[in-house]
Design a protein around this ligand. Structure first.
Ligand SMILES: *Cc1c(COP(=O)(O)O)cnc(C)c1O
Length: 497
């Protein structure tokens, strides 16, 4: 995609998406796109209100204000369980915290038995403060600072996924430091109110690490490309031999223990064959490494295939079935490792979007409506809502598609080709680029945008001094604030008056 400084929409640098004809029923909710418990309540024109978790969005909007992010807790839990069942163990399903993280979600994940991936000290600190078991946390990141590594080791995280030679150097330095501190450090840590676990980083209690391998598979949505090399910042190249060198350096440090190999091939992936090629390459590497370093047979217990599973943002999206994908990955890994006479490791995955994405809808109130004449006599209706790129940057950033519906009432008006835009001072501030809304949509109506659970709040900003919206969880007719709406005071808390 060619970029434009004001966002991809600004310079019309995007390839057009086919819009198609207006659907016959603008009020119907496509089950594939909307959260599990979303439904319409009330009959007839004006009576058909969107509800989630048994709560009407009209009431929620009155109570919490708009924009409002409404999270269907049942939907979230159901997806955690779907992954757990497909991969056979909750422990091997690592929720990618970067998609959306708050204390409430951390506790749900803990209860579901899932593991948690974090990639900064900030995400780690939240997880720990919310009481997530450290041994089920993995630390990711392409540029972890020494402070972050130390924070993770002190907390006793399950594993650190190593991304660079510099990071290995930092870990080796940390191990030296911990070894020098000697066994007394244990007592010192205990005296200082430590967590009672033995200090990691010694040959007796090594730090468990994985090596992130760039396997030469790049996958997004429908296509994946399998090449030898990948031109990107993450991981160690398999083809260039960097991955094998990283493993050698890890093995040379007695305070580190290699427990797995990791790869992550992309995002919003619909075609599972990209994962299969990645699994195949990772297995090949593991077999080679084990024949060179037999001790790996005892320590490497996991192949982590990363995240990236796609979800349906619009009706034409067709995400793969999680259980079928798990079966095919297991088959590849066991077939190829058994053929090499090796034990079959656990398969871990790291879904972020696929767990949290479909669980949320964003509710906005319509503020202005403007019909703009286009060349050729067509009219485009700009429907402005009270949020925008500060609560959902994905449309501006990735040209993402979304589904929107009139949420506060029904309508039998014909469909009008519309564009839902935000209130920011950017022409690229678009929430839903092309959609059909009933032609009678009016100022004051509520609109709901589906599948906003992943990478919307997580990437939210205060651009134009907009407060970030509240996030409220709903289930069985009960609502609970996960994150309250920001206030003007929140926005001014950093000022040095
Ligand atoms: C972003 C990321 C994920 C999660 O990706 P999703 O597309 O949300 O599933 C998993 N693992 C790693 C290493 C990531 O960087």
């Amino acid at each position: 995609m060619r970029a434009h400084p004001a966002g991809p929409r600004h310079g019309e640098v995007l390839t057009p998406h086919p819009v198609g004809a207006a659907p016959s029923d603008l009020i119907e909710l496509d089950r594939k796109v909307w959260p599990l418990t979303a439904s319409r309540v009330g009959d007839g024109i004006g009576g058909s209100v969107l509800t989630v978790g048994g709560r009407s969005v009209i009431e929620l909007a009155e109570q919490y204000g708009t924009p409002l992010m409404v999270m269907d807790a049942d939907d979230f839990h159901a997806r955690c369980r779907e992954f757990t069942q497909a991969f056979g163990s909750a422990r091997d399903v690592h929720y990618a915290g970067k998609a959306f993280l708050c204390a409430g979600v951390v506790r749900w994940l803990a209860d579901e038995g899932l593991s948690l991936d974090v990639c900064t000290g900030g995400e780690l600190a939240l997880a720990l403060r919310a009481g997530f078991p450290a041994e089920r946390i993995a630390l990711h990141g392409s540029n972890k600072s020494l402070a972050e590594l130390r924070q993770a080791v002190d907390a006793g995280v399950g594993e650190i996924v190593i991304d660079s030679f510099d990071e290995i150097g930092r870990l080796v330095g940390l191990v030296d430091e911990l070894t020098e501190a000697g066994p007394h450090a244990d007592q010192a840590a205990a005296a200082a109110g430590g967590n009672g676990r033995p200090r990691r980083g010694t040959p007796e209690h090594p730090i468990d690490v994985m090596v992130r391998v760039t396997v030469g598979v790049e996958a997004h949505t429908h296509e994946f490309i399998a090449t030898a090399h990948e031109d990107q910042k993450f991981g160690f190249s398999l083809a260039a031999g960097d991955a094998a060198e990283a493993v050698r350096r890890v093995l040379a440090c007695s305070g580190l223990r290699l427990v797995g190999l990791h790869s992550h091939i992309g995002s919003q992936i619909f075609d599972p064959s990209g994962f299969e090629v990645a699994a195949h390459r990772l297995v090949g590497l593991l077999a080679d490494l084990t024949s060179a370093h037999s001790e790996l047979a005892d320590t490497v217990h996991t192949l982590d295939l990363g995240g990236g599973l796609g979800i349906a943002y619009v009706s034409s999206d067709d995400p793969p079935a999680v259980d079928a994908m798990a079966d095919s990955l297991r088959a590849i890994v066991s077939r190829e490792l058994q053929a090499a006479g090796l034990a079959v490791p656990r398969i871990a995955v790291e879904p972020g979007r696929a767990i949290v994405g479909p669980s949320m809808v964003t509710v906005y109130r319509v503020g202005t409506i403007k019909d703009v004449a286009l060349d050729g006599g067509q009219v485009r209706r700009y429907v402005s809502v009270d949020g925008g790129m500060s609560d959902n940057i994905r449309t501006a950033l990735y040209d993402a598609d979304y589904t929107v519906t009139l949420a506060s009432r029904g309508s039998q008006a014909p469909g009008m080709l519309s564009r839902v835009v935000g209130k920011h001072c950017e022409s690229g501030d678009i929430v839903v680029r092309d959609c059909y809304l009933p032609a009678d949509v009016a100022v004051g109506d509520l609109l709901a945008v589906a599948a906003t659970g992943a990478y919307c709040y997580a990437m939210a900003s205060n651009y134009n001094r907009m407060p970030r919206p509240a996030v409220v969880a709903v289930a069985d007719g009960v609502d609970r604030t996960l994150l309250r709406r920001e206030t003007d005071d929140d926005l001014m808390r950093l000022e040095n008056w």
